[in-house]
Design a binder for this molecule. Sequence first.
Ligand code: MN
Length: 486
Amino acid sequence: MDTTLRDGEQTPGVALSTEEKLWIARKLDELGLDIIEAGSAITSKGERESIRAVSNEGLNAEICSYCRVMKPDVDFALECDVDSIHLVVPVSDLHINVKLKKDRETVRQMAVDVTEYAKDHGLIVELSGEDASRADLGFLKSLYSDGIDAGADRLCYCDTVGLLVPEVTTEVFKELSTSLSAPVSIHCHDDFGLAVSNTVAALLAGAREAHMTVNGIGERAGNTSLEEVIMILEWLYKYDTGIKCDELYKTSRLVSRLTGIPVAVNKSLVGGNAFTHEAGIHVHGLLADTSTYEPIGPEVIGRERKIVLGKHAGSSSVTLALKELGLDVDDSQMKEILERVKELGDHGKRVTDADLQSIAEVVLDIYTESKVKLEDFTIVSGNKVTPTASIKLNVEGNEVVEASVGDGPVDAAINAIKKAISGVADVVLEEYHVDAITGGTDALVEVWVKLSKDGKVVTARGARTDIIMASVEAVLNGINQLIRDN
Ligand code: MN
């Protein structure tokens, strides 16, 4: 059972519209979930409209509404055309005495009455013990038995505040699954980070159903994470869940986007870093065989591997990253790319795929028969001086030194270049654009230029953390293209 739309929506600050609930429900159905808890019908008119929309969407999954042990809750669920109800009855003395201000026998009778009422109205009933992990097990079992006699189809054991430990879960589920004649499900919360462990322990000990949410969202520390349980069963226990695992990542993204709850970068399987590699030595292993540093291939859950380069980058990590981008480089190009990556890394930047692509493409252009090469470059700029650039170029084997002023440092630099190459070509700068590829003032800057010479037009780019150097690089790149094409 997926309860993203009910317990997941109880995450503080989350409220899903009908359309959003429908998107998520369709995705859960496509994944192959057996039951979708679509909401709590008693909550509001809007909530009932959403649940009804999910019920009437023609999905394969059983559609369920949460209900308290009260007949009006069941009536509201019936209005929503659901197949089943998750009928929750408090079972610990704390909840019975303090919250409800009732006693065990009254609560037992309420559970029986409402179960019978729901069954009389054609609903599938999952009778659920709230705070079961703090309840007296003898009382709980007798309440469950009475529920079965009243017609309950399934039972649920809730670890409402996340206090279970796996050994206890195993004991309890061995007991419940052998002594009761209806299937028992497990509902966990992650207050101590044990929701997934307890859920798996329960399933191994005889639970027939588990309540889970996408990304583990839910009240407080959240619920059992669906993607973790599915992949643990599939990969670690070799159990075929029937879930379309390669849609798990997309589902995670969809839920994160619609609920506005970000997924931690280090979250298992679906976190941003779960299939991202940086350290040089690991990438070397990955190049030989991706299973050296990956438990499963990212494609299993519909993801892609990411190679992030930084100051630790070695040539093997850059090679792998370039391979993933489909770029071939020779040794001198590789040396230049690696130097630029490390330069960014030294600024504390992580080099993204987009950064690397820009760097590589620029280097590939420059190192293809450049007739004009940069040897030296100086710029003077400030509020009391006229921006002045001096430049030393190697133009077809001859050293040329020039200087020029300009309206700003970029203008001065480009004027100096134009003067230096005037003997070879008269180049006109037609257009100039700057983009920061990633955020921050130390980000890689990409400069695009459009240059023309005798009616011929080329575009070229440069990529550096320094905007002036990126501009110089772009212009030289374009000049080399114009000369080469002569
Ligand atoms: Mn819950």
